[in-house]
Design a binder for this molecule. Structure first.
Ligand SMILES: O=C(O)C(=O)C[C@]1(C(=O)O)C=C[C@@H](O)C=C1
Length: 349
């Protein structure tokens, strides 16, 4: 029988116990043998990783060259950022994904790829509404636009709106409108497309069960037409001739075949004839239903604007990276937004 002390040897103590205390069982490799076996296995696995890294790197270089050509095809001075296309790319990759690498990790990698590709094509800089008391949108913006994209913070929504309208920022990140907002930023979008940006995305684009626990959402605005991605929501701004109830507006939309998800009428502006209507599906500026909405309700509706929209975000469910995603969505644990000036750009990083 082996002495009791030998049986209680752990893997670590086995190395120290020495062979003389073991009198039975399969031969135990000497410490040197164990280490060289591991070193051998590690070396072989690392060689495989090196090979794969080379392939990934070569592909990244090739992909970037193609993305540069895409930028040239868009033309000089275009807004190169295309949130709709990014959504389609991510949906496809998440759909085909297999293996233990969390989908959220795949998304993270591609978020960096998109932002560096856009930066190479032309400018990419972001203006974020992040007053000192509430830096949450900064974290969301950093998560979405990646580690290297310049982000300026603003203490007012109008500061963000001006930065994008004056083309000092490619995109703005603003809170999702609520009826009780003191300033309804979406009213600035009630203009022709050349004069005002449009809503282009909803952040975060991907969420996991854990990350949605402390869920903060935002909308982005930019001078990019909304793209039909096959699964979208759109915004329409309606100016009514007189005050009209939300249910009345929903009925007018339904009559022309548009299903509404939400109607916002600013609380602080009683009798306001402006409403922000969120519609299921894609509604482009030339949508025949918008024309009908106006023509068939001449005495009720004064004006209609297609205000853009977003590709419906993806739910990754119980993804393996949920704990990490939760952390990255908790602003107190991750990044602190640089202080925003009252109406001035904050520190550009
Ligand atoms: O498809 C495009 O328009 C691109 O510019 C390419 C690409 C990409 O890297 O896949 C880059 C930036 C855009 O925001 C969307 C996609």
């Amino acid at each position: 029988m082996a002495p009791l002390s030998t049986l209680s040897c752990t893997m670590f103590s086995l190395l120290l116990c020495g062979p003389e205390t073991i009198s039975f069982g399969s031969p135990v490799p000497s410490p040197i043998g164990l280490m060289s076996d591991n070193a051998d296995t590690l070396g072989k696995l690392r060689a495989q990783i090196d090979e794969i890294d080379t392939e990934i790197h070569d592909l990244l270089i090739r992909r970037t060259e193609i993305a540069e050509q895409v930028g040239k095809a868009k033309g000089k001075g275009a807004v190169y950022l295309r949130p709709g296309r990014e959504a389609q790319v991510l949906r496809r990759l998440v759909e085909r994904h297999t293996g233990v690498l969390p989908k959220a990790a795949v998304v993270r990698v591609w978020r960096e790829i998109f932002s560096s590709a856009t930066t190479l094509q032309g400018d990419l800089s972001i203006a974020v509404y992040a007053p000192e008391h509430d830096p949450d949108l900064y974290t969301l913006a950093r998560d979405h636009f990646g580690a290297l994209t310049p982000i300026s913070t603003y203490g007012t929504v109008s500061g963000v709106m001006r930065a994008v309208s004056d083309r000092r920022a490619t995109a703005g990140v603003l809170p999702v409108p609520q009826s009780e907002d003191s300033e309804s930023w979406w009213r600035y979008l009630a203009r022709d497309f050349e004069d005002a940006p449009r809503i282009t995305a909803k952040l975060p684009f991907t969420k996991t069960d854990a990350s949605s626990r402390n869920r903060i959402e935002a909308l982005t605005i930019s001078f990019v037409p909304q793209e039909d991605t096959g699964d979208d929501r759109s915004y329409v701004i309606v100016e009514t001739a007189e005050e009209m109830s939300r249910s009345g507006i929903r009925a007018l939309f339904s009559d022309v075949g548009m299903e509404t998800a939400d109607v916002q009428t600013p609380d602080r502006e009683p009798g306001s004839p402006m409403h922000l209507v969120e519609v299921l599906g894609y509604v482009g500026p030339d949508d025949a239903r918008l024309v009908r909405l106006k023509e068939e309700n001449e005495n009720k509706i004064a004006w209609v604007w297609a205000a853009g929209g977003y590709a419906v975000p993806m739910d990754l469910g119980l993804d393996g990276a949920s704990a990490a995603a939760q952390t990255s969505n908790d602003p107190s644990l991750v990044l602190r937004a640089p202080a925003a000036g009252a109406d001035e750009p904050g520190r550009s990083e």
